[in-house]
Each structure stands twice: as C-alpha cells, then as structure tokens.
Ligand binder design. Structure first.
Ligand code: ADP
Ligand code: MG
Length: 502
C-alpha cells in the first residue's frame, strides 16, 4: 500500500450555527491530482483553509508522511511544504508580477546584508513565466492585469514555492480554454516531480482530464472518494446534489415562430468563412467547436464588436448594419460574453445598478433616473432568480461566479432584446447555478425571445438546444437537430472538419 503524503482524520470545524465541516477523513497520495467537487457552500474552501493553516480546526488530526502535525498558520504550512492558491487571489495590487510571484521566495544577494537581488528576481521571473508559457510582463503591476492572469500569477507563486502539496481552490473559474491549457501543462509537470494536488473545480470535463481521484463534498461532509475512471458523470452529479439528474436540462418544447435572424455568407478574415444560418422566434440554437474554430467570433460579429468582410445579416426581415454594440442593442440583440468578469459586469457598481445598466432608458424620463423603479425591478429579479446576496446594494465583484452570471442574465432580461447570444453561459459555475441559468433561458424563450448558445459543453447543448451547429476552421460543418444529436456525432464533426453532407 502506498503511504499517503497527507492524511486527515476525523476533522471537525463549526463555522456558524448553520454550517460545520464534520468527520472528514481524506488521504492525498504522492503525485496524485485529487479533485474536490461539491456545490457552492459545501465546505471545499473551508477544508482547504484548515489544511493550509489559515483556519484552525476544532478537532481531528492531520498526518504528513505518517507523522502527526500541527498547522497553525500559513507560514507553518509553508514550512511543511503545503501551499494554497486562492479562489480570489490575494496579491499586492501595487507590486509587480515578479514581486508577487517571488514574495515568499525572493532571491537574496550574496552581500552580507542579504538584500533582495531585484535584477535576478526579474530575470528569474521572466524565465519562469516563459517556461510556464504565461505571456505576461514580469514588471507590470498587478493592479493593471485581469482576473485570469492574476490566477496564473497565484499558480506561478505556488510553483516557485517548491511545495510538495498544493491546494488549488477553483483556479479555472475565470479561465478560458487557453489559460486552462497553460495550467494543464503546469500540473503535468508538478505531478511528474512528485507534487500532490487537491484540485477544486466545478468543471467536470477538466477534472476528467487532470485528476486521478475525486472526492465529493455535500453540506460539510464527504459523500465519497473514487477513482475518476470509475465515476460516471451522472453519478457524480447525483452525489453532489443529492438529487437525480432527470431535471438537469429543463428544456421546454415550444413551437418556434418566424425567422428573426438570417445570416448570409458571412466571412471575417481567416476566422469565419461563408457562414449562413437562420434563427427562429423561440428557438435555441447551439454552437460548438474546438478552441479557435470561430465560435466566439460569430458572437462578436452579431453584436457589432467585430466587423465582417462580406455577407449580410438580416434582422426581422431588414438588412442590419451592425457597426457597434449600440447598433446591435438597437436591433434587439443582447450578448453575454465568455469572460463575464471583464466584459459582462461593472464590478464596481452595485448589483441593482448592474441589472438596470443595459436598459436604463426604461427607468429614466429623459434626464432623471427613477431610482425607486430601478431598485424595485432589481429586487424582484434577485428574488426570482435566487441570487444569493446580502442586498442589491452589494458590489458585483463580491458575488460568486454563478451569481455573477445570473446578474448578467438578469441585466439583459430587463432589456427589450429579442435575440440573445450567450457565450459559455455556464462555464465555471456549479450544477445548481447551471440549472438556474437554463431556467432563465426558458423564461426568455417563453416570452418569445430566441437564443444562440455557444458552449463547449456538448451535453448541455444537446440538453437545451433545438439544433446544434458545429464549427471547424471558421466553417459550419454540421447542423444537427436535437433529436439526432449525440456526443459522438458532434465530436466527430468538431474534430474531423468533415461536412455532415459529405
Ligand atoms: P465552498 O468552497 O464549497 O463553496 P465554503 O467552504 O466557502 O464552501 O463555505 C461553506 C460554508 O461555510 C458556507 O455556508 C459559508 O457561508 C460558510 N462560511 C465560510 N466562511 C465563513 C466564516 N468565516 N464564518 C461563518 N461561516 C462561514
Ligand atoms: Mg470555495
């Protein structure tokens, strides 16, 4: 039997009258990537903080390589070779990337005063970032960079700490595919050198790619630990939610109406080639394809962010000229981008201000915003959508990913848009929040709107869309009705580039 590097025995921690971590028994093996999954609030971060020394446990024991250890601070954890990357990176805003990465591990000069060797630190950091494929200027200040890159700095920081155990708390929630690939390579390398990792994520596809075993938490307890190969997705979801997954994709069967959008022979640079399709009233079309296939580009073209070289877009039987997002909004087109933190929300505004931001004209008579009306509408949305917040006066940046996404959708739902383009609307959010998003989509189509749903989660497209279009190299290679759509078929077209009618 392999001796675990880390063993938790009967760990208990009461957080409040409403929540406790109870009876946690868990082992981490050498070189293992061990996923921890569970809905928001199930206690994953709490458990990691206990291991990382930032939260004291009430009872139970922790063993490192078979020996009992006391971990009372993050410094003690670091001395024992344990480090944690946080869900919300706590970096020094006014320090450079290099200073943050090497904060705990700065190279010192050989001078007897032991001062930090700044030029070596910058050079080391440049080498490190290029080795890890992180394209970032090591001198840049953290305050000037985005969330996904901050998370990469957090990971680079763990990398240079030479820890034997790394706890990664939702590293990928702000990532797109390209950052995920960087992380995947880093994890492979850490694993090769014998580092063990606890990996928290809501994305089951990435857990399958990265992890050896998975532990499911629910309500502060461990429901089970299994090798990932023995764990079917449906079983995993049942363990997480305690519910059957019959209602995972609550697709409505509505009669679709007339064509509201027609796209004729659109081409844009090398990314879109001769794209034609149409969207009907109350229809949900799915678009998928590998990274770089052009799926997000379609969204940007239809929202007037990017231009086309040729082709025509017809909205409600009229030729539309989409030169800017404002033109698109006037045509009744709404857009929820892939990176919600950068493009979708005004993080420093309050939640109610965010909700009313895309439809401000409804609340204002020419000069004055009717703030009572604005707040009433926001409150009713927050109630209806089950957005878990303190109040509508909280800032959007304090919300979890799932709740941010719901606020963005709420924002567009108050607008008069008829056509919604949702780019990866459920990426990085937990299963319960996904179902809320699907139900919000249902509300939209029930009211007569139409949706283009761009996603790399094929199951979700099959579950929610009337038709799935597959892109390859900027072309539509297949358009498959829901009744005929299967994982295998879609993957075949997405990876081979063969046309469905060939
Ligand atoms: P997860 O990471 O699985 O989403 P957390 O471990 O962050 O869940 O939270 C688990 C529960 O503990 C939540 O209900 C949360 O509200 C509660 N909690 C977290 N931190 C504190 C705290 N400092 N005081 C009281 N309750 C807390
Ligand atoms: Mg958490």
């Amino acid at each position: 039997m392999i001796e675990p590097v880390l063993r938790l025995e009967n760990i208990n921690k009461k957080m409040s009258d409403f929540f406790a971590i109870s009876n946690i028994n868990l082992e981490l093996l050498p070189g293992e990537v061990h996923a921890i999954v569970g809905e928001n609030g199930s206690g994953k971060s709490t458990l990691m903080r206990i291991i990382a020394g930032t939260l004291p446990k009430d009872s139970g024991s922790i063993y490192l390589n078979g020996n009992p250890v006391d971990i009372n601070s993050s410094n003690e954890a670091k001395k024992l070779g344990i480090t944690m990357t946080h869900q919300e990176p706590s970096l020094f805003e006014h320090f450079s990337v290099a200073e943050n990465v090497y904060f705990d591990n700065a190279p010192f000069s050989r001078h007897f005063l032991k001062t930090v060797n700044w030029s070596k630190m910058n050079a080391d950091c440049r080498k490190l970032l290029s080795k890890l494929n992180i394209h970032l200027d090591s001198q840049k200040l953290v305050k000037d960079i985005g969330n996904a890159q901050r998370q990469l700095i957090e990971i680079a920081k763990a990398y240079v700490s030479n820890a034997k155990i790394i706890l990664m708390d939702e590293p990928t929630s702000s990532f797109t595919e390209s950052e995920f690939i960087i992380l995947q390579d880093i994890i492979h390398e850490l694993k090769k050198s014998g580092v063990s990792i606890f990996y928290i994520s809501h994305r089951l596809d990435e857990i399958r790619q990265l992890c050896d075993r998975v532990t499911v938490m629910r309500d502060g307890e461990i429901i089970g630990t299994e090798s990932i190969c023995n764990m079917e997705t449906s079983k995993l979801i049942t363990m997480m939610t305690g519910l059957d997954i019959k209602n995972r994709y609550p697709k409505l069967s509505l009669k679709t109406g007339k064509e509201v959008l027609k796209v004729f022979n659109i081409s844009a640079g090398n990314t879109l080639k001769d794209i034609s399709f149409s969207l009907r009233r109350r229809e949900i079309i799915g678009i998928t394809g590998l990274a770089g296939s052009g799926k997000s580009k379609i969204a940007k073209v239809l929202f007037g962010v990017d231009r086309v070289d040729s082709g025509e877009i017809i909205v409600d039987n009229r030729l539309a000229s989409l030169r800017s997002p404002l033109d698109a909004i006037k045509e009744g087109i709404g857009y929820v981008p892939e990176d919600r933190q950068i493009e979708g929300l005004f993080m420093y505004l309050k939640i109610f201000e965010n909700i009313s931001a895309s439809s401000i004209s409804q609340f204002s008579n020419k000069y004055v915003i009717d703030s009572h009306k604005e707040k009433d509408i926001a409150t009713s949305f927050v109630d209806k959508l089950g957005i878990m917040i303190g109040t509508i006066y909280d800032k959007a940046e304090n919300l979890s990913g799932g709740n941010q996404q719901k606020v963005i959708l709420a924002k567009w739902m108050t607008s008069k848009s008829k056509i919604f383009i949702l780019d990866e609307p459920t990426r990085g959010i937990d299963i319960a929040a996904k179902v809320d998003v699907y139900n919000m989509m249902n509300d939209l189509v029930r009211k007569g709107a139409s949706i283009i749903m761009i996603s790399s989660d094929i199951d979700e497209l099959i579950g929610m869309c009337d038709r799935v279009m597959v892109l390859y190299g900027g072309k539509i290679v297949a358009s498959i009705p829901q009744s005929e759509a299967t994982q295998e078929k879609i993957m075949y077209y997405a990876t081979s580039g063969k046309h469905a009618d060939e």
